[in-house]
Design a protein around this ligand. Structure first.
Ligand SMILES: [Cu+2]
Length: 145
């Protein structure tokens, strides 16, 4: 004989589980939209100093030779990325500015844009960031909030 109580419970549990999945998906989407809009529309023009900080980043084995790039608040950052290793690497910043994937011996200048907040940079090749290919852009002299 069947157990009517068990089938009742499972019937009630099913529709409850679905909205939870949709809620989770919706939350994920909302987070993504926030991320994208936050990245693509920074209004930095008012803070720009008109100065450019120029830095060269090279590669030592599986590491950048630079851990921290200090940039005065409002300066434009221009990074010359020299792949001084034998492997292919790139350098991507959290605001989306990036070099191509460069073979050993190649170099590229990255216009990272006007810098008003700290951000990370890393190599996008699988596993490289985990092995330490990352660096920090650190803003100096930011106005107090
Ligand atoms: Cu790499």
């Amino acid at each position: 004989m069947s157990n009517p109580r068990a089938s009742l419970v499972s019937a009630a549990a099913l529709p409850a589980a679905r909205p939870r999945i949709w809620l989770a998906l919706f939350a994920l989407l909302a987070a993504l939209v926030l991320l994208v809009s936050g990245c693509s529309s920074p209004d930095n023009s008012a803070a720009a100093t008109g100065e450019t900080t120029k830095v060269t980043v090279r590669v030592n084995g599986m590491l950048y030779d630079t851990d921290v790039i200090e940039v005065p608040y409002g300066n434009r950052l221009e990074v010359t990325f020299e792949n001084t290793s034998r492997d292919v690497h790139d350098l991507r910043f959290a605001n989306g500015k990036a070099s191509q994937r460069l073979a050993g011996g190649k170099a590229e200048v990255i216009d990272v844009g006007v810098i008003t907040e700290d951000m990370e940079g890393w190599c996008t090749i699988a596993g490289h960031r985990q092995q330490g290919m990352e660096l920090d852009v650190v803003v100096t002299g930011a106005p107090a909030e």
